[in-house]
Design a binder for this molecule. Structure first.
Ligand SMILES: Cc1ncc(COP(=O)(O)O)c(C=O)c1O
Length: 382
């Protein structure tokens, strides 16, 4: 779908590295160049025309991202990466915890939604409890989180989709269970966002975050929190910088040219027909799973009923890095290792080498899946 909107795809590779970063849509590329050429490039908060244009860029990008994530612009914070934003968020909110308070993380999450909470909890004297995915399917039902919730739980940090195996947890059930004990929920939608709408209001979550470079934009990340939650906390900041939320969460000068790209990518996302995206991605995933599943030298990990089109496998007798290098020779881009799904790699007993990950985005097509299958089939021992 829409392959002609992605100049980088003309190179002809099978780009199955989307979970590590998507290619950039043409309108986002143009928007960034246009912004830098325009003369509007100034700074935030000045008293002249170009500074007002910069203010308008920031505000309209907050609006576009809030619309995409089902929140309100007063709750949208930009930052360099989801990892950096989560470090800052966890360090800030956990300052209000006391010894004996608890935080729930999951073994399915990317480490950027685990370690910041573990580090901050240790400093606060709080305890982190882990929700375990179901053995075999690696699904994360609400019961997995309920098993580690208590009346001391203050925050639950959970992914909207695993970046390793695609599992989509039962977020609605998890949010309901967390709220029932008075805990707040922080959702990592970095992997999920290019595949499905994750609406803060519809989920009832408290904060949701993602990174535009996973959904066809530049390297900028954002949190979209309920405005009253973002306003409640006071992150470390410089004296002269704004003290109102959301601005007080942002450190230093924003990357305005990149925000122009984020706004254009968000507009592209808002125009996408996600039912069609889902149907297309699902057919690619189904054919890849069926093909790899039929190869007895391949082991697939996870079998969630609800999942993003991302799969992880190992090939008997081949180190994951060697497989990735071999696929590189065939112009197929995949990832090897743990892709920072560090807890999951350990849960699966795959440390330290991990596995191989291939992920589809809506711009992939059937020939990408076929190229992967035929290359991996050729690794069969003779
Ligand atoms: C699920 C998930 N969470 C978080 C991250 C980290 O995002 P960032 O690179 O913006 O820190 C990634 C990146 O791969 C991811 O896939």
């Amino acid at each position: 779908m829409n392959r002609d909107r992605f100049p980088a795809l003309r190179e002809g590779w099978a780009r199955l590295d989307g979970p590590a970063g998507s290619q950039v849509v043409d309108s986002a590329i143009e928007a960034m160049a246009d912004w830098m050429r325009s003369g509007s490039n100034a700074n935030h908060g000045g008293q002249f025309k170009q500074a007002h244009e910069t203010d308008e860029l920031v505000e309209s990008t907050r609006v576009a991202c809030a619309t995409l994530l089902g929140g309100s612009p007063e709750g949208v914070v930009f930052g360099p990466s989801f990892t950096a934003l989560t470090m800052r968020f966890a360090a800030t909110v956990l300052r209000s915890l006391s010894a004996g308070d608890e935080v729930v993380c999951t073994r399915l999450d990317h480490d950027s939604n685990v370690r910041p909470w573990v580090i901050a909890a240790e400093r606060a004297g709080a305890t982190v409890r882990f929700a375990e995915p179901v053995e075999g399917t690696l699904e994360l039902p609400a019961s997995a989180v309920e098993a580690v919730l208590s009346e001391r739980t203050k925050w639950v940090a959970v992914t909207a989709a695993s970046n390793a195996i695609g599992t989509v947890p039962d977020l609605v059930g998890i949010v309901a269970a967390a709220h029932a004990v008075g805990a707040r929920v922080y959702v990592d939608a970095v992997h999920a966002t290019p595949h499905r709408r994750n609406d803060l209001a519809a989920l009832g979550a408290d904060v949701i975050g993602c990174s535009a470079y996973k959904w066809f934009g530049p390297h900028v990340a954002m949190l979209c929190g309920r405005p009253e939650i973002m306003a409640e906390y006071h992150p470390d900041k410089l004296n002269p910088s704004p003290d109102e939320s959301p601005d007080r969460w942002e450190l230093g000068t924003l990357p305005f040219e990149a925000l122009a790209g984020v706004r254009a990518a968000a507009e592209y996302m808002l125009d996408l027909d996600f039912e069609a995206v889902h149907a297309h991605e699902q057919s690619l995933l189904d054919s890849a799973l069926a093909g790899l599943g039929a190869m007895d030298h391949v082991t697939l990990y996870g079998a969630a009923a609800e999942r993003a089109p991302t799969l992880m496998f190992t090939v008997a007798g081949h180190h994951p890095t060697e497989v990735a290098k071999y696929l590189n020779e065939r112009e197929i881009a995949v990832w090897d290792g743990n892709y920072y799904a560090w807890e999951l790699e350990r849960t699966l007993g795959l440390a330290p080498h991990g596995g191989i990950r291939a992920g589809f985005l809506h711009y992939n097509d059937a020939s990408d899946a076929e190229r992967l299958l035929s290359a991996v089939a050729d690794l069969k021992p003779t």
